[in-house]
Structures are given as structure tokens and as C-alpha cells.
Design a binder for this molecule. Structure first.
Ligand SMILES: [Zn+2]
Length: 215
């Protein structure tokens, strides 16, 4: 997908962020790799005001190459991820509340659900604190996810980044991350959640990624 189709897809996917309860006001953004650059949400625009034409194209250092509006302030982070992880075609960033509550505690989300073993292949890792603006956040995302099966990371005191081969896959990971973060939170309120064994996590992950669904 490229050009007008990619802009339309990216606009439609952004509307899923408020619909899925992952964002408030203008926070949160999705990007798509586009050749030697990326397309990303413009900064400070509400989701219902987004149009395919309003999406901003930047190079792989987050510098605008096309578009009237300024790119999301997270553009440098997205660009860093695409530059260092060539298999990534889409990136999503949110402050979705349950996952971000774990991040505020600097706690990884433990793998206590089969759905987590399926989607994330283990816990959702928590990266260290990094200030927004430069490349520190992107470097932390890449450092942690490069050696991990999880397509999702929570960043201490901040929020969630997810990656995927497409923007839609990254969005699915963001939706699933918030869902399991909520269930894991509820489980901890009830008492002692039981961990899954590494062997069972591997079996679940292998089955889900090779057998499950339509082939
Ligand atoms: Zn953020």
C-alpha cells in the first residue's frame, strides 16, 4: 500500500484509537512506513478532524518532507524505530490507561493469561524513563524490543509503543496490550495471579503464530 491508499488507511486506523478507548483528546498517534520515510498524524489535531491529506510525511529522522502541518511530536521516535527495525511497517503510540498505570509503576505486565502468551510471547516489557523530543524514547523502544517477541512495550512514567509489519497489526497489538493490562490489573486486585510456565508460553505462542486463524 502506498500514496493515497496508505493515507486513507492511516486516517481510518486513527479513528479506532478513541473508539477503542486508547486515547484522550489529541494524544496518541499511528505511523506507517512509506518508502524512505514515514506518514504520521499531524501534531495537535483532534481525531475527528484528521483527513488523508492532513497526514504528514517525514524522512527517517522525523523531518517533514510533505504536508502543511507539523508532524506529531513523537515523529522522531517513530523514525528511529523504522531506521533500526527494518521489519517494522507500522508504529502506534498511546497513553492507554491500564497499560500506562503499569508503566507508572515501572512494572512489566506479567504473562499470566493465555491471550498474552499468544499475542506477546511473554510479559509486556517495561522500558526505562526517557524524555520526549529527541531520540531517547526511540532508542529505548529499540533496545528492549529488539531482543523480545513482544510487539508491545510500556515506557516508565509514559505509555505504550507497539510495532507491527503493518500499521493495522501495530494497532491490534495496542488494543490487545490495553486489554491484557486491564485483566492483569484486575487479577492483582483479587490476590495472587498464577504465572504461566515458560514451556506453556512457548507452546501457546508457537500454536498461535503458526496454526491459529485463516491461512
Ligand atoms: Zn506519549
Amino acid at each position: 500500500m502506498s500514496g493515497a491508499d496508505l493515507r486513507a488507511e492511516l486516517t481510518a486506523l486513527h479513528l479506532e484509537l478513541p473508539r477503542q478507548g486508547l486515547v484522550t483528546w489529541t494524544s496518541g498517534n499511528i505511523s506507517a512506513r512509506d518508502g524512505e520515510g514515514l506518514l504520521i498524524k499531524p501534531s495537535g489535531v483532534t481525531f475527528e478532524d484528521l483527513t488523508p491529506e492532513s497526514m504528514v510525511r517525514t524522512d527517517l529522522h522525523g523531518q517533514r518532507t510533505e504536508g502543511r502541518l507539523s508532524p506529531s511530536s513523537d515523529a522522531a521516535t517513530h523514525a528511529y524505530i523504522y531506521r533500526h527495525l527494518p521489519h517494522v511497517g507500522g508504529v502506534v503510540h498511546t497513553h492507554s490507561p491500564y497499560a500506562t498505570a503499569w508503566a507508572a509503576n515501572a512494572r512489566e505486565i506479567p504473562c499470566i493469561l493465555t491471550a498474552m502468551a499468544d499475542e506477546f510471547g511473554g510479559p509486556i516489557p517495561c522500558g526505562g524513563f526517557a524524555l520526549i523530543g529527541g531520540e531517547e524514547i526511540g532508542a529505548e523502544v529499540v533496545r528492549v524490543l529488539a531482543g523480545h517477541r513482544s510487539p508491545a512495550i510500556i515506557l516508565q512514567n509514559h505509555g505504550v509503543f507497539t510495532i507491527g509489519p503493518t500499521p493495522r497489526a501495530a494497532l491490534k497489538a495496542a488494543v490487545m496490550a490495553e486489554d491484557v493490562a486491564r485483566t492483569a490489573y484486575l487479577a492483582h486486585q483479587l490476590g495472587q495471579p498464577q504465572p504461566l510456565s515458560p514451556a506453556d508460553i512457548n507452546r501457546l505462542y508457537d500454536r498461535y503464530t503458526t496454526v491459529y486463524g485463516q491461512r
